[in-house]
Ligand binder design. Structure first.
Ligand code: LRH
Ligand code: MN
Length: 395
């Protein structure tokens, strides 16, 4: 590892921040059930506490994504409580996620529901979420819609598209100059015939239709098997419409497994496209890096620390790509040289340099080991055991 490589890694890590999902600390499962963990967070206080533990050990997770129904069940009335928890735990409220899928009214959709009173209800909840974000000084409102249909002929796809554009424009009118709407796409689940925002192109069209404060959010688990995700990222960067990521990994569908656990080279290629764009344009891409995972079997805090550490490693490796050498090889169609520039960076063991970077900032060289010796898990297990956890809702 040359000095300049260590410096490049340090510079990259100094600016890399990743947001934790509150729901990653609570009991989650699949349609086949939930395996409850005694130390799982049930209350928003516990979710902030666990996030603070991860931030204290890694130094790079200063914000917590909140899901409105799960974390602010009383809506705006919970804002003061969240603010005091954020102050107490030293973790700022992050992106705000309206919930437009659990309420029984949304059986046939929310923004795309044929029933105008249900559409109004959905827009109302989304507008409340924008207001909550303002009160919490949160910048991003993440819009994921479960809307779609299960059988051919049962939905007017073009009519629903018009309702979405109308409602997104209405919502965008509430968004102030400091806020953004991040439109998240997903090809299927829970709808299994059509999904109203099924891919990046539809999300891009809707973000543009909504207004200038809207961008596209890429959830890495929301792609068909053979889709080239980093090409989508490159396109959205070139269009100036990439707002953020929900990182996780998958073997089959939206498995929400831990980042890089199945295909670390995929995450590296995504980070590479971003850093290549930034060095080429001399600009910093305005991207919210966030985690969206459900830790159904792994210890939740351990899995979260593992995810952050792995994200740092893959980001640091991508920072080792020499863009000038790469650009020259690309221009001369020197395929093997160009590919090797990426492979060499990906194959570099950056862990000693990252451990050094952590030591230099008073952080434990190995956050996972530090967590295992911190006694935090034992403390919360003793505190939280013996409680019954709701097995109904997702998180
Ligand atoms: C949908 C999704 C969305 C969240 C939910 C927890 O699959 O990715 O981002 O609201 O997971
Ligand atoms: Mn997501």
């Amino acid at each position: 590892m040359t000095v300049s490589q260590a410096e490049r890694i340090a510079r990259a890590l100094d600016s890399f921040r990743i947001e934790l999902p509150s729901w990653g600390f609570s009991n989650t499962g699949t349609r086949f059930g939930k395996y409850l963990q005694p130390a799982a967070a049930l209350t928003i206080d516990e979710k902030f506490s666990d996030a603070a533990e991860v931030h204290q050990l890694t130094g790079v997770c200063p914000t917590l994504a909140l899901h409105v129904l799960w974390d602010l069940p009383n809506g705006a009335a919970d804002v003061e409580r969240i603010r005091s928890l954020a102050a107490r735990h030293g973790i700022a409220p992050g992106s705000i996620n309206p919930n437009l899928f659990e309420d029984q009214h949304y059986k046939f959709g929310s923004f795309g529901n044929p029933d105008s009173s249900v559409r109004a209800r959905a827009v109302g909840h989304a507008r409340d979420s924008v207001a909550i974000a303002r009160h919490l000084s949160s910048r991003d409102i993440v819009l994921w819609f479960a809307d779609g249909s299960n059988y051919p002929g049962t939905a007017n796809i073009r009519q629903r598209k018009r309702w979405f554009e109308e409602n997104l424009r209405t919502l965008h009118a509430d968004v102030d100059a400091h806020q953004r709407l991040l439109v998240e796409y997903k090809p299927f689940e829970p709808a299994f015939y059509h999904t109203d925002i099924a891919d990046w192109g539809m999300a891009l069209a809707f973000a543009r239709a909504a207004g200038p404060r809207a961008r596209v959010l890429v959830d890495t688990g929301h792609h068909y098997q053979s889709q080239n995700i980093e090409q989508i990222v490159a396109w959205l960067l070139a269009e100036g419409m990439l707002g953020g990521f929900h990182f996780n990994d998958r073997r089959y569908a939206d498995d929400d497994l831990t980042l890089g656990s199945i295909d670390p080279y995929q995450v590296f290629r995504i980070f590479h496209e971003i850093l290549f764009f930034e060095s080429e344009t001399g600009t910093r891409a305005d991207i919210a890096y966030m985690i969206d995972q459900s830790h159904n079997l792994k210890g939740k805090i351990e899995a979260m620390i593992q995810t952050v550490v792995h994200a740092q490693e893959l980001y640091a490796r991508a920072a080792l790509v020499d863009h000038n050498v790469l650009a020259a090889a690309q221009a001369r169609c020197e395929l093997v040289r160009a590919e090797s520039v990426l492979r060499d960076a990906f194959s570099t063991d950056v862990r000693p340099a990252i451990a050094e970077w952590r030591r230099g900032r008073g952080l434990p060289a190995d956050p996972l080991e530090a967590f295992r010796h911190s006694g935090y898990l034992e403390r919360i297990t003793a505190l939280r055991s013996g409680r019954t956890s709701a097995t109904s809702s997702y998180a």
